[in-house]
Structure formats: C-alpha cells, structure tokens
Design a protein around this ligand. Structure first.
Ligand SMILES: [Fe+2]
Ligand SMILES: [Fe+2]
Length: 165
C-alpha cells in the first residue's frame, strides 16, 4: 500500500528543490552583475525577490521537512538513514547560518547602505551553493528510501493483521 500523504509531500519537496536550483542560478547571475558593477535598476527588484525566496520560502521548506519527515523518521531502525537524517538537520542549520551571512551583503546592495564586501559575498555564495546542491542531492536520495521502508512496514502490519484475524 502506498503512503499517499508522504508521496505527495515528497513531490512537493522535489518541486521546491527545482525552484531552489533556479533561484541559486538567478542569485549567481546577480552576483556576477554586482561584481561587474553592471546591475541595472530593474535588477534590484530581482535581487529582492531572491532575498525573499531564501529568507522566507526556503526557510519554511526546511521547517516543513523537519516537522513532516525528519522528526518522524529519525528513530527508524536503520542506522544509515538515521545518520543521513542527522546530516540533513545539520545542513539546515549551516544553510541558515550561511544565508544570514549572504543576506547582510545583499541588503546593503539593495539599500545602498551599510557594510558590503564583494569577496566575502562571493565566498559565502560558493559555500551556500555547494552545500545547497549536496543537501538537495542527499534528500532526493533519502526520501524514496524512507517511502520504501514505510511501505514495507505497512505491508508487514497488514499481513500481521490478516494472520491475527
Ligand atoms: Fe529540501
Ligand atoms: Fe532540507
């Protein structure tokens, strides 16, 4: 029997991951423009939208994954999956810290005020980008495994119910 709720959740997460990949490329393009000193006035709006995406949508995505999946499956009797779930939690907190570091530079660019360091922005972005990619890759590999394990244990429970009846 398929866990529809979990399957739907994972489909939504995959869509969110694709959106994050697009936003990372947009952010990279914008940082290139900032570096070249060629950011047009209308690109400030694009930068604000990217800022909003990672500050609000990406953050709620992490919180949702933790509430709907990670917290529920961290006690699975599978050492490898438990380790990976711990790694996903750790990634979320590093990504949040990393984004906070990037954010302050981007806000300074948008409002043309405050402290802003191009080299540091570039370095923080490279770290954020690499960690986001490896994090998404890990989730896309672990979520189907969780789905398989929950289906197997459901099937076992159903067989036991039939036997006990
Ligand atoms: Fe995710
Ligand atoms: Fe995640």
């Amino acid at each position: 029997m398929t866990d529809i709720f979990l399957e739907d959740r994972f489909d939504l997460y995959t869509k969110a991951h694709l959106q994050t990949l697009i936003k990372l490329r947009e952010l990279e393009d914008l940082i290139n423009q900032i570096e070249l000193g060629q950011m047009a006035g209308n690109q400030v709006g694009d930068l604000l939208r990217v800022l909003l995406y990672f500050s609000v949508e990406e953050r709620s995505h992490h919180l949702e994954e933790e509430a709907e999946v990670l917290s529920k499956f961290k006690i699975l009797e599978n050492h490898e999956i438990n380790q990976m779930i711990r790694k996903l939690y750790q990634d979320h907190s590093w990504l949040e810290q990393n984004w906070t570091d990037i954010q302050e530079h981007l806000i300074a660019v948008v409002y043309k005020s405050g402290w802003f360091d191009l080299l540091e922005l570039r370095r923080n972005f490279e770290i954020f980008n690499a960690l986001s990619l490896s994090h998404i890759k890990l989730e896309e590999s672990i979520f189907p495994q969780i789905l398989r394990i929950t289906q197997i244990s459901k099937d076992i429970r159903e067989v036991e119910l039939v036997i006990d009846a």
